[in-house]
Write a protein that binds this ligand. Structure first.
Ligand SMILES: [Fe+2]
Length: 281
């Protein structure tokens, strides 16, 4: 029997990796987030994680649900939207074809688990794996976020993911890889200060409230506000990552501890954080 042993909401902003360049002015601003991603990787390894399932809000789909089911994820990534930030980034990670296919098969939606060697990973998966799974100790399944879907469908996929995990022989970490609020700075406001400032005070206030709700395990209220939160606070990929994560955790039944691993921080106008949602052993 497989088991979900780690669940977390994580950031994947490119400035994390930019901050590691020698002399980067971003180093201090991103250090806590970088360290907490590494800590999540350490915990995953310690708990014997064999597969990561990453709900990637940076792999956006116009047409239905997709899962990267490649047995090996190998490539050199340059971001099409920000080639100056993410360029020629090499990755070489094992995949989990069986688990990817099981998730797709169990969902009952029109989910396609692809085995196409040239289908690469997006940076919503590459960045967290860079810190959490640098040596490829665990396999990786990347799940896209569809733009034209509903909360109910994403919830079904999250529930299917949990069932597939439990039927597998794997010890699995689920990552919801995406922002909290996600209004970005407009072009004319892009500059060095955009890296470390929020584009909407309204969004920041709602993000902070969400973190409070998580801290006090008021998940029902969070889930009830999630559709409005995703719309009014410019949710990345419709916050499909959070929908799928909470569906996998059990939705209203989940009552575990939320452990915030770094301070909430802004990036290009959006709100970011790393939070582990503890699951029963
Ligand atoms: Fe993103």
């Amino acid at each position: 029997m497989g088991q979900l042993v780690l669940a977390a909401k994580v950031t994947h902003v490119p400035s994390l990796m930019l901050s590691e360049q020698p002399g980067s002015p971003l180093r201090a601003a991103r250090e806590a987030a970088v360290l907490s991603l590494r800590e999540l990787g350490r915990r995953a390894k310690q708990r014997g994680v064999t597969s990561f399932v990453v709900f990637d809000t940076h792999w956006l789909s116009n047409f239905g649900y997709h899962i990267n089911a490649n047995a090996r994820h190998r490539g050199s990534f340059t971001s099409h939207e920000a080639p100056q930030m993410m360029q020629d980034l090499r990755y070489d990670l094992p995949g989990d074809t069986q688990l990817a296919k099981a998730i797709a098969g169990d969902a009952g939606l029109n989910v396609i688990a692809h085995q196409v060697a040239s289908l690469g990973l997006e940076y919503g998966t590459i960045v967290p794996m860079h810190y959490m799974n640098p040596d490829g100790f665990a396999k990786v399944v990347s799940v896209a976020s569809p733009l034209f879907t509903s909360l109910d469908e994403s919830r079904i996929l999250g529930e299917a993911t949990r069932r597939a995990i439990e039927k597998s022989g794997e010890r699995v970490a689920i990552l919801a890889s995406g922002s909290l609020s996600h209004r970005l700075w407009p072009n004319k406001r892009l500059g060095p200060e955009a890296w470390t400032s929020i584009a909407s005070e309204f969004n920041r206030q709602v993000d902070l409230r969400v973190l409070e709700l998580w801290q006090s395990r008021r998940y029902r209220e969070f889930l009830d506000m999630l559709p409005d939160y995703a719309t009014k606070c410019n949710g990345e990929g419709g916050m499909a990552d959070s929908i799928m994560l909470f569906a996998a955790l059990g939705w209203y039944e989940y009552g575990g501890r939320a452990e915030q691993l770094c301070e909430y921080f802004p990036s290009s106008g959006s709100g970011q954080v790393n939070v582990e949602f503890h699951v029963e052993a």
